[in-house]
Design a protein around this ligand. Sequence first.
Ligand SMILES: [Zn+2]
Length: 117
Amino acid sequence: MSILPQLPASMRIVSDAEYQELRKTMEVHVPAQEKVHYALTDVLAVLGIFLPPPKPWSDTCTALYLVHTEEYIDTGQLGTWIQCELDACHPADTHEGEDIEWSDNQPGAVRAWPVEP
Ligand SMILES: [Zn+2]
């Protein structure tokens, strides 16, 4: 089970089961299967719908941020999940990764939590 962030009411994150169904449907039509995930990410983000969070790596802070605001439409990051690149257990409640800074209280943010290595 994943911890999900707060998002504006018009947005939502699909369940793992929905994601698997979407993948199956897309794989019928998209020959390059390795692109299915990225195609789904981009297409659904336009509608304010996002894919489930990834399992974070355990070698940095595990805080995640779902890029969901309009300012990122042109950067190609809309709909992607970003993991904090700072050291695990860094003191501040602000995180950074891929040139984006966020705080634990911001919509789209998932707090750091311990991960099995
Ligand atoms: Zn962090």
